[in-house]
Design a protein around this ligand. Structure first.
Ligand code: UDP
Length: 149
């Protein structure tokens, strides 16, 4: 499995509920490596672009309002098979169907406020990292523990 980078965002509900530490800790403990991060207020333009594949869905307006309603914590994580691993750790989109042990299965109840976003494919990851971290280059570094993971 190739070394991959994936875009992960803790949504406004996760930030408001004080879940940044828990979610970051889960990803770190799994062995993934944080290579970029920022706490930011999302503009309407960025939210609409990020979710453009859902533009015609009935929930699009509410989704954009929600994502722009408060700060989000945007990150890039790196690791072997990171894209699928993060998706698996997030659990199903609807937290009521998400397995216990997953982020949504442990920490959320409603589909509208499901605390976390993670890229769903290599194409999405490349697009989202460029969109959210445009000019910034994720750091390249090794941790002493990486050879044990
Ligand atoms: N969403 C929603 N209502 C729905 C479906 C999705 O509010 O019926 C929101 C939900 O917060 C989800 C986001 O839209 O996380 C993007 O949907 P997607 O299908 O891409 O799910 P994800 O990749 O986040 O699991």
């Amino acid at each position: 499995m190739a070394l991959e980078q994936t875009f992960v965002m803790i949504k406004p509900d996760g930030v408001q509920r004080g879940l940044i530490g828990d979610i970051v800790s889960r990803l770190e403990r799994r062995g993934l490596r944080l290579v970029a991060a920022k706490l930011m207020q999302v503009s309407r333009q960025l939210a609409e672009k990020h979710y453009e594949e859902h533009r015609d869905k009935p929930f699009f307006g509410e989704l954009v309002s929600f994502i722009t309603s408060g700060p989000v914590f945007a990150m890039v994580w790196e690791g072997q098979g990171a894209i699928a691993v993060v998706r698996q750790m997030m659990g199903k989109t609807n937290p009521q169907e998400a397995a216990p042990g997953t982020i949504r299965g442990d920490l959320a109840l409603s589909i509208g406020m499901n605390v976390v976003h993670g890229s769903d494919s290599p194409e999405s990851a490349a697009r989202e990292i460029a969109l959210w971290f445009g000019g910034e280059t994720p750091l390249k570094y090794e941790r002493s523990m990486d050879r044990w993971i």
